[in-house]
Design a protein around this ligand. Structure first.
Ligand code: FAD
Length: 394
């Protein structure tokens, strides 16, 4: 569908081909991709774009481990490979800078068993990642560039697929791109609060209604409730939020240092030498945006892991709530029983690496154009079945 053909007329008003709830990394990529494909888009956001889980500063783009290959791992792998070109295109279109670099990653090995498992994975990586990226076990971390790495008595895994970007840089670039697209309307200060899918109409928090061709629920943790209501599923069944806390350190570190990942602790050097450290994973929390001693503990572990940052001052502490679907994989595609309603959420810890590809899947579903295959485990149906099994098990 071309721009000129788009804009179905409903109730005397031109309705957008695609109404999108939420201007986080998911909704912003979807807006840009849908508009590039010629759809008219209205993006609705109650706060400022990027004010949700996408408002942090980690930006790790790390693959799942290469063994026991499945649809999700394949989807993420292809997304991580493609992202390099996607970012280059976005930067060239906007002149904005996303702080992307494929720096690789090291994983310290702390037991002989871990080392043996890592050695087994090298063959899986060769088979599933192909020849462009390596996954090797080294005796010492010296080659990584990180000096004095202490906690690696059994060597380190060095892999070259991982990358990082600047989350604020990417969010800013996507916003710059959509700001000059004539077929995009950004509506700030309003939330999608209800969907009458039979009428193809969404109700907004400012009392207005918007007719649409399709509506995409890309509003992070909030999307689960809207999807549940549209599909007639029990409240709270499809997913929820997992809080994470992170810190940013002024370390003057070299920007080509690889990411470090050890048992839930990430250390990520950004282009300006700042080092981002994360993250807690909290299912129970009272204050979604507060930081506390759990973050102090993560920072302590990171400093022990990488003595280079031992005395680096903390610049910022931050917390956000990641969307996590009941089936653990992302949630993407048609909402059963609600024609025209699409889900795009549940990226949990990997959204920055896959949101562009999730967007391609939805644009293909809407336009009928060719696009990537959506793994079956991402389907709303799949998550609903998991929720039903969970409920049956009590
Ligand atoms: C500490 C921490 C560290 C992380 N590190 C990484 C990392 O290194 N790499 C990585 O890939 N991921 C990471 N993540 C996860 C990643 O940030 C999230 O998965 C991602 O930001 C989710 O994006 P989203 O667009 O789905 O949701 P969000 O960014 O939460 O965006 C949802 C938007 O929808 C808006 N909204 C809410 N309700 C409505 C409504 N009713 N109507 C319209 N709009 C609405 C919100 O205001 C918000 O702007 C991290 C998360 C945390 C918390």
């Amino acid at each position: 569908m071309g721009v000129a053909d788009s804009g179905v007329v409903r109730g005397g008003q031109a309705a957008p081909d695609l109404l999108i709830a939420g201007a986080g990394v998911a909704g912003l990529w979807l807006t840009v991709k849908a508009a590039r494909a010629g759809l008219s888009v209205m993006l609705v956001e109650p706060g400022t774009p990027g004010c949700g889980a996408s408002g942090g500063f980690l930006g790790a783009l790390m693959p799942h481990s290469p063994e026991r290959w499945n649809g999700k791992k394949d989807f993420q792998f292809r997304a991580l490979v493609d992202l390099e070109d996607e970012i280059a295109r976005l930067e060239s279109d906007t002149g904005a800078y996303c702080g992307y670099r494929r720096v690789g990653r090291i994983l310290p090995l702390t037991s002989e068993r871990g080392r043996a498992e890592a050695i087994e994975r090298t063959a899986d990586a060769r088979a599933n990642w192909g020849p462009r990226f390596s996954y090797e076990v080294n005796h010492t971390p010296d080659r990584s560039g990180w000096p004095d790495m202490l906690r690696a008595p059994h060597g380190v895994v060095c892999e070259t697929l991982s990358a990082r970007l600047s989350p604020p840089g990417l969010i800013g670039a996507l916003l710059s791109r959509l700001a000059v697209m004539p077929n995009v309307e950004l509506r700030l200060g309003a939330a999608v609060v209800g969907i009458a899918h039979h009428a193809h109409e969404a109700r907004l928090s400012d009392g207005s209604s918007v007719s649409y061709g399709h509506v995409a629920l890309a509003n992070g943790v909030g999307a689960f409730a809207l999807v549940e209501r549209a599909a007639g599923l029990p409240a709270g069944s499809l997913g929820g939020g997992v809080k994470g806390q992170a810190a940013l350190l002024d370390a003057g570190a070299s920007p080509d240092l690889p990411l470090v990942y050890d048992d839930g602790v990430y250390v990520i050097v950004h282009e300006n030498g700042h080092v981002a450290i994360g993250s807690t994973s909290e299912r129970d929390f009272d204050d979604p945006s507060g930081t506390d001693d759990q973050l102090d503990e993560i920072v302590k572990r990171a400093r022990k892991l990488c003595p280079l940052i031992k005395h680096a001052p903390v610049l910022r502490r931050w917390a956000g709530v990641r969307p996590r679907a009941v089936g653990t994989d992302p949630m993407l595609g048609s909402v059963p029983g609600a024609p025209g309603v699409l889900a795009m959420t549940g990226g949990f810890k990997i959204s920055f690496g896959i949101a562009h590809r999730m967007a391609d899947c939805l644009v293909a579903a809407i336009t009928g154009m060719e696009g990537p295959e959506t793994p079956l485990s991402f389907a709303v149906d799949h998550h609903a079945a998991k929720a039903a099994r969970k409920a049956a098990a009590g």
